[in-house]
Design a protein around this ligand. Structure first.
Ligand code: TPP
Ligand code: MG
Length: 621
């Protein structure tokens, strides 16, 4: 039996019949298709989507942001759901490259269907085609190759039969997922073919829980039993695998403290007595102290980014050894670890059984519990001591006010600027989905688009997006889509007239905040050192259809949050915050290169500091 369809129609018919199942819970895999039409997809995929209204099409404003929306959707779904993104050829397609890189770096699935130049080559060069004098077998879509986990081009209809199952294999692979790009020449999208009926049958992708190698696991248990001060580093994988309740049991029984990466924060509740909070360059004072001393580091679903390891300087114990529990072999082997390859939940269950009654020393357990309380007091103090009454107020006050206001299951989203570091240390996470930080790519412009995707993934949760003025100016377009679709979330727009983050970084490397403020050019100096620009971001948000509330202090921020909670329309709370009064860091380094020679004394001083810190960096072989 065959069905005569165009390539585009066959693609959509196939995609809508893909399901996913883990632990016996089955759901459709795709939430639908985001897209912006142009030549390259209007005739092929556009026609197919129109013909398949049960595979819903969503109109977005910007191709980069629609990929961000898709990524946030997948993140909230714990990677058990994804979106398709379709674009025209040329700029529509390449606009998605940033989103693709973000998805792949964060190990989150998204299916990209960029339109491509004519496969027949008859009318080439077409509008928006990049020509090459050395080959005709190339287009801008080849740029997706290094940022995709799977890449293919459909030059003939029958190729689709062999490509689509590979697309699904990679999208649902817990070890290999990221952006999947299926490049679709615009003529081929419209070509008809007699596809085998089997291609369109319902297919359920089972997400298993691979168990670890027993010999390796026994060795891991021996190492842990012999450890004096072990620490767990919980990464995003712990959350995606839904291992959090098992992790809580494991930590509470053994007393091994749990530190969390940006993607892993929320794996355990902030007030768990074994919780030491954010670990790494932006970590809590105590997580840094514990990491400095640890003799065994148990990484769970972490890829050990430089922020987690303080650029490989945080694990200072000369005898430190790593046990890496990871579904991905690549991550499991990092830091010359004992690689325990498997699903986080399955591994923890089996490891707990092998550890029997093992517990850390009571003094260590007590010390960790004391640290948890002491850190919570410090957070209370930081939230309370900032300027909360005179505009511009302190960012820490905004964070603290939001943190206290939100319900446990609500989602706070952020990605770039000075907020991520503050949030990593301070935020009292109450649920594995409560702390949604895109800090793999830390992409300005993820935030608002992500608010839309997160709400679409789980309408039962309130979504709060923290967005700086820099991030807002880069990408605020999906406010319009949220109005169109009636998908409501709240945006806290923090205006400090520039880059608090990079300004601070610039100062720390001796460059005096060069180029980090939104100021006029001054005629005399020729520099951007004049007055602040007169941009009105509140009016801008209003013009896109959002409800806008201005808050000037803690009390008006609380009132705005209360109002926004019951509103049915996306609401922007506009707040002016201080560019300079920021939350201090603790005793951990982050490697940023410093000019080896300079006439500036501040740069020379920064370079001397750098050399001292660099000595703390370790190589694990
Ligand atoms: C797309 C992108 N470009 C550049 C950067 C580098 N960068 C990191 S934070 C930042 C400034 C962010 O400004 P804003 O959103 O206002 O936050 P603030 O630093 O003021 O808290 C820049 C330029 C980035 N992360 N992403
Ligand atoms: Mg800013």
């Amino acid at each position: 039996m065959t069905r005569r369809l165009t390539v585009a129609q066959a693609t959509i018919t196939f995609l809508k019949n893909q399901f996913i199942e883990r632990d016996g819970i089955e759901q459709p895999y795709f939430g639908g298709c985001f897209g912006i039409f142009g030549h390259g997809n209007v005739a092929g995929l556009g026609q197919a989507l129109q013909e398949n209204p049960d595979f819903r099409y969503y109109q977005c404003r910007n191709e980069q942001s629609m990929v961000h929306t898709a990524v946030a959707y997948a993140k909230v779904k714990n990677r058990l759901g994804a979106f398709v993104c379709t674009t025209s050829i040329g700029p529509g397609a390449t606009n998605m490259i940033t989103g693709a890189a973000l998805a792949t770096i964060n190990r989150l699935p998204v299916l990209l269907l960029p339109g491509d130049i004519f496969s027949t080559r008859e009318p080439n060069p077409v509008l928006q085609q990049l020509e090459s004098a050395s080959t005709q077998d190339i287009s801008v879509n080849d740029c997706f190759k290094p940022v995709s986990k799977y890449w293919d081009r459909i030059n003939r209809p029958e190729q689709l039969i062999y490509s689509l199952p590979e697309v699904m294999r990679v999208l649902t692979s817990q070890a290999e997922m990221g952006a999947v790009t299926l490049s679709m020449p615009q003529d081929v999208q419209t070509h008809a073919y007699d596809f085998p009926e089997e291609l369109f049958q319902k297919k359920v992708w089972h997400i298993g829980r691979p168990r670890p190698d027993l010999t390796t696991l026994q060795k891991a248990a021996e190492w842990i039993k012999g450890a004096k001060n072990p620490v767990i580093v919980a990464g995003g994988g712990a959350i995606y695998s839904d291992a959090c309740p098992v992790l809580e049991d494991f930590a509470s029984k053994t007393g091994i403290p749990v530190g969390e990466t940006f993607a892993g924060k929320g794996a355990v509740r902030y007030d768990a007595p074994y919780g030491i909070g954010g670990l790494g360059a932006t970590g809590t004072k105590y997580a840094i102290e514990i990491a400095n001393e640890a003799d065994i580091v148990i990484g769970i679903g972490t890829r050990y980014s430089d922020f987690t390891t303080a650029s490989k300087s945080i694990f200072k114990n000369p005898d430190v050894k790593f046990i890496n529990i990871n579904i991905s072999e690549f991550d499991a082997f990092k830091h010359a670890a004992l690689p325990v390859i498997g699903d986080a939940k399955a591994v923890l269950e089996e490891l707990a059984a092998l550890l029997g009654d093992f517990e850390v020393d009571q003094n260590y357990r007590q010390r960790i519990a004391d640290m948890n309380k002491a850190w919570d007091n410090e957070v209370t103090q930081i939230y309370a001591e900032g300027n909360s009454t005179v505009s511009p107020i302190d960012q820490a006050v905004v964070i603290g006010t939001l943190n206290s206001f939100m319900d446990d299951r609500d989602v706070m989203i952020n990605a770039s600027g000075s907020a991520p570091g503050d949030l990593h240390k301070l935020w009292r996470a109450t649920d594995p989905k409560n702390f949604h930080l895109e800090y793999g790519f830390s992409c300005m412009g993820y935030e608002i688009a992500a608010g839309l995707g997160a709400k679409m993934a789980d309408p039962t949760r309130e979504i709060y997006v923290i967005c700086g003025d820099g991030g807002y100016l880069m990408n605020n377009h999906e406010i319009v889509t949220s109005i169109q679709e009636g998908v409501k979330f709240t945006i806290l727009l923090l205006n400090n007239n520039g880059y608090a983050s990079i300004g601070g970084l610039s100062e720390s490397i001796g460059s005096e905040r060069f180029g980090t403020m939104y100021k006029y050019r001054e005629e005399n100096s020729g520099q951007l050192s004049g007055g602040f620009l007169p941009v009105d971001l509140a009016k801008n948000a209003e013009s896109l259809g959002a409800i806008v509330i201005k808050a000037t202090d803690k009390a008006s921020l609380e009132a705005a949050l209360t109002q926004s909670k019951t509103s049915e329309r996306t609401t922007v709370i506009y707040i002016e915050t201080s560019l300079y009064r920021t939350v201090k860091g603790y005793n951990a380094w982050w490697e940023v290169p410093i000019a080896e020679v300079s006439t500036s004394p501040s740069v020379q001083k920064a370079f001397e500091n750098y050399k001292t810190n660099k000595k703390e960096q370790r190589i694990f072989l």
